[in-house]
Design a binder for this molecule. Structure first.
Ligand SMILES: Cc1cc2nc3c(=O)[nH]c(=O)nc-3n(C[C@H](O)[C@H](O)[C@H](O)COP(=O)(O)OP(=O)(O)OC[C@H]3O[C@@H](n4cnc5c(N)ncnc54)[C@H](O)[C@@H]3O)c2cc1C
Length: 580
């Protein structure tokens, strides 16, 4: 093994999305030494580069705040953390102003004011528009300008703990990783670690999302952090166009008023979601398209022909990938509806990650989590198409501030040599293995097991159990055999490891929530149960090495917004007889 490069810092940020950059800049501004590690290049990776629409409250009166909050809470089916929402609504205007001051070119009206528009999941709340890649390029420039030590192409894999234990009873004392080109190991000692490793997605290319496979989830879970909302990890989308290319842009496509129509030209979303119709969640839309197709009314289309020209122009400006695809394949969405193919996989939909308080602290001392590697407490099973990046913007700043305060009042916690040696050896093990099991084989096996349609669409206790068993077999028999001839394959091997281990926990959460809500649909409980299930599903690693589940009630008694009545609401999705 190459000798590790050892570094020491006050605050270590892992992952350079919007949240990680905001955290690093804030901690630096408060006088800390900060290292930010990114396994790719900041601004060239992570789903923040697909963002086009950002939730954007202006300074609201108390009365307005309650109205904006109600929209989020109702959309989350009352699972949202309302204390976090309060913080989000209060602080987002300043965080957005700061980005604008850094030079982020948000779309503006003729008078130079921010141009507010609508987006999926919001009727009251407003969004502003910009190509996410531009935001990230500006943040990267700011990191350099302010002296954040940027380690790009360094993938982090495990946390270190002051007692050398997993789960820890002490605190986090650093992390280990390696350079994805050279394989050079890194050991970084720090007083606080902020995770911003993004959501959990498979590397099976139904979508264009790559490289966010749950390493942050895994390393934090292993250290003892709580995960929540893992039952809502059902990623669904419908932006694979004309059987030729896919693009991001769903939130804005819905926001400018595009309609979903079937082969008979009928608008169908109102049948599946009478409240939101064409502004419904990704999951509901994908599921509705699949149902239309199954019942012989497909293929389905997204129709823009009635949309205003200025809105279409804005859409194509802030989602250049869509513009590029349309040009390349000679498609004019002003003249023809776009054929859409939906897909579903286990991956983050609206929630599924680390549980954090309003300072982005996990339950493990010294460990913070920001953005889409959290359980997205402001959204949970909700429908916001633009709240993610704003939550990350606000949460990142808060994490940076709290981590800086912590770092300024303490010395570096100890690193235990046996733990360090063990995690380095484990991380690099696939490089020394001989054999033919490659990460691609593991991803193929994952695809077969988790995208199987009866499981993806029609979950029941038996199918969830079966899938969990099969995932466990992949974990037990395939993962330890994976070999990686070079650091590039090592990245893929460790990505597959994280994803498999987290998907097993997702299955555990699917089995625990005995109702249907948001992306979570069970044919054996085909109703949203507001009598028994206004609860979060929380999973953590117990000291005996097995996951421990709890289901705390959402503390609605201390929240301002409460449901009018508590009842069981039937799901709108029909289940064919053979899948019951
Ligand atoms: C197609 C699509 C469209 C979307 N559109 C919108 C939208 O319009 N508006 C909106 O608000 N949200 C949107 N989202 C949600 C979007 O994911 C979040 O808003 C955004 O990603 C938040 O960024 P983040 O701070 O969580 O970091 P991310 O952008 O998720 O970045 C995480 C970073 O961590 C790095 N990383 C991962 N693992 C490691 C590791 N082990 N070591 C080091 N680095 C690591 C990754 O390379 C990545 O750069 C969209 C998501 C998708 C998939």
């Amino acid at each position: 093994m190459k000798q590790p490069t050892e570094l020491r810092t006050d605050v270590l940020v892992i992952g350079g999305g919007i949240g990680g950059c905001r955290a690093a800049l804030r901690a630096r501004q408060l006088g800390c030494d900060v290292i930010l590690t990114e396994k790719a290049v900041v601004g060239r990776a992570g789903p923040m580069t697909f963002v086009h629409s950002q939730f954007a409250p202006w300074p609201l009166t108390d009365e307005e705040k309650l109205v904006w909050m109600r929209e989020f809470v109702q959309a989350s089916n009352y699972l949202a953390d309302q204390e976090w929402l309060d913080v989000l609504l209060a602080e987002a205007p300043s965080r957005i102003d700061e980005l604008a001051e850094m030079g982020v070119p948000y779309e503006r009206d003729a008078d130079g004011r921010l141009k507010y528009t609508t987006s999926r999941g919001h009727k009251v709340g407003k969004t502003i528009n910009v190509d996410g890649r531009v935001v990230m390029e500006i943040l990267r420039r700011e990191l350099r300008r302010h002296g954040v030590r940027l380690l790009e192409k360094v993938m982090m894999t495990d946390l270190l703990t002051s007692d050398g234990q997993y789960p820890t009873l002490g605190e986090v004392s650093g992390a280990v990783g390696f350079h994805v080109r050279t394989g050079e190991p890194f050991v970084i000692r720090s007083k606080a670690v902020i995770l911003n490793t993004g959501p959990l997605y498979p590397k099976i290319h139904f979508s264009y999302i790559d490289g966010v496979t749950g390493e942050g989830h895994r390393m934090a879970y292993r250290a003892g952090a709580e995960l929540a909302g893992m039952e809502f990890t059902q990623y669904a989308s419908w932006s694979y166009w004309e059987d030729t290319f896919s693009s991001p842009g769903q939130a804005k496509i819905q926001g400018i008023g595009a309609k979903f129509i079937n082969a008979h030209g009928e608008e169908f979303m109102w049948r599946y979601d009478p409240e939101w119709g064409n502004l419904s969640s990704l999951y509901r839309v994908a599921r509705a398209i699949i149902t239309e197709n199954m019942e012989g009314r497909g293929p389905c289309y997204v129709d823009f022909r009635h949309c205003r020209e200025e809105d279409i122009e804005m859409l194509l400006r802030v989602v250049p990938t869509l513009d590029l695809g349309l040009r390349e394949f000679g498609i004019d969405l002003r003249k023809q509806p776009l054929k859409t193919t939906p897909f579903m996989a286990i991956g983050m939909g609206t929630s599924g990650g680390l549980r954090v308080d309003t300072w982005s602290r996990t339950n493990v001392s010294g460990l913070y989590a920001v953005g889409t590697c959290t359980c997205l407490p402001v959204i949970m099973s909700g429908n916001s198409g633009s709240g993610h990046s704003t939550f990350s913007n606000v949460g990142g700043y808060r994490a940076g501030e709290d981590a800086a305060r912590r770092a300024q009042r303490m010395k570096h916690p100890p690193v235990k040599e046996p733990q360090l040696e063990a995690v380095l050896a484990e991380m690099l093990a696939p490089l020394d293995r001989r054999g033919n099991t490659r990460p691609a084989d593991v991803w193929a096996a994952i695809g077969d097991v988790t995208c199987e349609s009866t499981f993806a669409l029609f979950k029941n206790a038996e199918r969830i159990d079966r899938t969990r068993r099969l995932v466990n077999e992949i974990k037990t028999y395939l993962l330890p055999r994976m070999s990686a001839p070079d650091p590039h394959e090592l990245v893929k091997a460790l990505e597959a490891r994280s994803y498999v281990e987290m998907v097993e926990l997702c299955c555990l959460a699917y089995g625990t929530r005995e109702e249907s809500r948001g992306e979570h649909f069970r044919v054996d409980f085909p109703y949203q149960d507001d009598i028994d299930w206004l609860r979060w599903v929380v999973i953590k690693l117990a000291s005996h090495g097995e996951p421990e589940i709890s289901t705390p009630e959402v503390p609605l008694d201390r929240y301002p917004i409460k449901p009018d009545k508590r009842e069981r609401k039937p799901s709108p999705f029909p289940v064919p007889e053979e899948y019951r």
